[in-house]
Design a protein around this ligand. Structure first.
Ligand code: CTP
Length: 210
């Protein structure tokens, strides 16, 4: 299959030296890409500014902002059979980007923010028969929030990930996670390595694949 994966955080500039971002290393996206390649799939990885080495992935498209990621996903969507949105998109950006470095003494006390586009929401009309997989990183009401996003974002599968624990989520090598679909009652989250979780996700995609 042709699998499009997004990974890492996005970054929204405040001025030439400062930005707003999300905590995310890119480890989950990398594990997904490696697992999919190992299992014989073609992979394109759209990566924000990650802190992992992506040199083992033949096709990497690097992006910075949510807008960049949206454009890259739009461009690659037609190519793919499945999209896995493992990226932790920063939800807000400054309403205005300052062209010159803001001097410490001139820093505004408040930043005017605006929402970035919802990537899955924007591309949903072009889904067709493609498989869409999303992630829900939550600190509370994990199963309820993930199930809500499964429906709201028109996903086939959502990975509910408990990031309230130190051994799960951002920068960690393990995730406390469970896979949720519309057709089955969600199981209890289980602590597993990101490789193991990636294996379960890719196998689920294969089971639904063309
Ligand atoms: N996502 C996206 N575009 C965004 C934000 C998130 O496509 N601007 C994707 C993520 O990659 C993930 C899924 O949507 O696969 C859920 O992300 P999450 O941040 O949990 O969703 P939000 O809609 O931002 O929800 P919340 O209300 O919790 O902020």
């Amino acid at each position: 299959m042709k699998i499009l994966i997004t990974a890492g955080p996005t970054r929204e500039p405040i001025d030439p030296v400062r930005f707003i971002s999300n905590r995310s290393s890119g480890k989950m996206g990398l594990a997904l890409a490696l697992t999919a390649i190992e299992r014989g799939h073609e992979v394109a990885l759209i990566a924000g500014p990650v802190s992992v080495d992506l040199s083992a992935i033949p096709r990497v498209i690097t992006v910075e902002t949510a807008d960049d990621m949206l454009h890259a996903v739009r461009r690659e969507l037609e190519w793919c059979d499945a999209l896995v949105m493992a990226a932790a998109v920063a939800d807000w950006r400054p309403a205005e980007v300052i062209a010159e470095k803001l001097k410490k003494n001139n820093m505004p006390r408040n930043l005017q923010l605006e929402p970035v586009p919802d990537i899955l929401g924007t591309i949903a009309p072009a889904k067709g028969s493609r498989i869409f997989v999303g992630f829900a990183a939550e600190t509370g009401n994990l199963l309820e929030e993930a199930s809500r996003k499964l429906v709201a974002k028109k996903l086939d599968l959502i990975v509910a990930n408990d990031v309230a624990r130190p051994d799960s989520g951002f920068e960690s090598d393990t995730n406390m996670a469970t896979l949720i679909t519309a057709s089955a009652k969600p199981g209890a989250p289980v602590l597993m390595t990101k490789q193991e979780l990636a294996g379960r996700i890719v196998q689920w995609i294969e089971s639904r694949g063309p």
